[in-house]
Design a protein around this ligand. Sequence first.
Ligand code: PLP
Length: 399
Amino acid sequence: MNNKEIIGLTANHVANTYGRFPVAMVKGKGTRVWDADGREYLDFTSGLAVCNLGHCHPKVVAAIKAQAETLIHISNLYHIGPQSELAKLLTENSFANKVFFCNSGAEANEASIKLARKYFSVKGESRFQIISMEKSFHGRTMATLAATGQKKFQAGFEPLLEKFHYVPFNDVEAVRKAVTGSTAAVMVEPIQGEGGVNVPSDSFLGELKALCKEAGILLIFDEVQVGMGRTGTLFAYENYGVVPDIMSLAKGLAGGVAIGAMLATDEVASAFTPGTHASTFGGNPLATAAGLAALKAIKEEGVLENCRKSGEYLVKKLNELKGVFPFIKEIRGKGLIIGAELDEGIKGGDIVKECLSRGLLINCVGDKTLRFIPALIVTKEDIDMMTVTLKEVLEGIRK
Ligand SMILES: *Cc1c(COP(=O)(O)O)cnc(C)c1O
């Protein structure tokens, strides 16, 4: 099938929930993808921060092949080797002691929210309210939609799940005021991704932690987007020296395969006991074998170091563009999640479209922030090539 044929089938048969570009991607390798008409693209979207090792990393592919030929699925009625090994590696490399596996970011956050409530319910405390941030994004299920502090995602799905309360990001005093006797947790993305690549102030996360401790409530970090090396450390919280009680992971966790995970300390995780939470596909052999291969590759192949180095270079190149094009307001981010905020009136969507037509994939969040989330193996040459294309496009929109 070519682009046109696939687009036709999608229009006729797939639920119309995505505003898609008129191309169908059929192949990927490293930082490149190809569409069904054979055209090559430089990918600075990485399947939305999923393919952190690039497309079809050989070790992830080999792990998937080997596991597919051995055992694809069995239920959690039984023990699962790769699941236990991935949990061991995740806990050895994080603050956490226990992992609950599921299949997506929203599910990981559902588990976080449920665990926070259960934790207090087991202790006999009536705490169930969750404080989350304005401009946050936590997923599309009913609980995570309620946690998401953006009206545009919630419209039409009311009434929302109760007991979620939103405060401005980077405003610890607002959090303090919002805490009540029924607050269970504060839920926050260490860097807001979907909401516009919003970075925390130097003190925000630390003050949040202190506040949670003082109030006896839990701190939940949603690292679905910024975990798994994206910020140059394995987990984003390491950059800020602030440890949460619960952390959710998904996107980059299994090198492109669908997976989610909720990590917690022993003390908090012990509120989940047999029968209290579950997922049919959660922690299945195929996804966890892929996750194990991906995590090992991140640790063993200098991926974090490349992320930090390439991230700095990308910021430098984008700042050079900012010097030439005054309608670029700010470059911000950490590691390889970088945003370029545009002036009001400059349409980020048009820039993205124009880049696509020149063989470059980037995306735009919150209408006016271009988001750069290339694979963590991206090279200086890739960044140079991206910058040249982007510059041409920006020249075209400069009046
Ligand atoms: C993408 C994302 C989610 C939702 O993940 P899904 O796998 O789409 O359910 C949740 N939180 C953050 C921070 C995300 O970026």
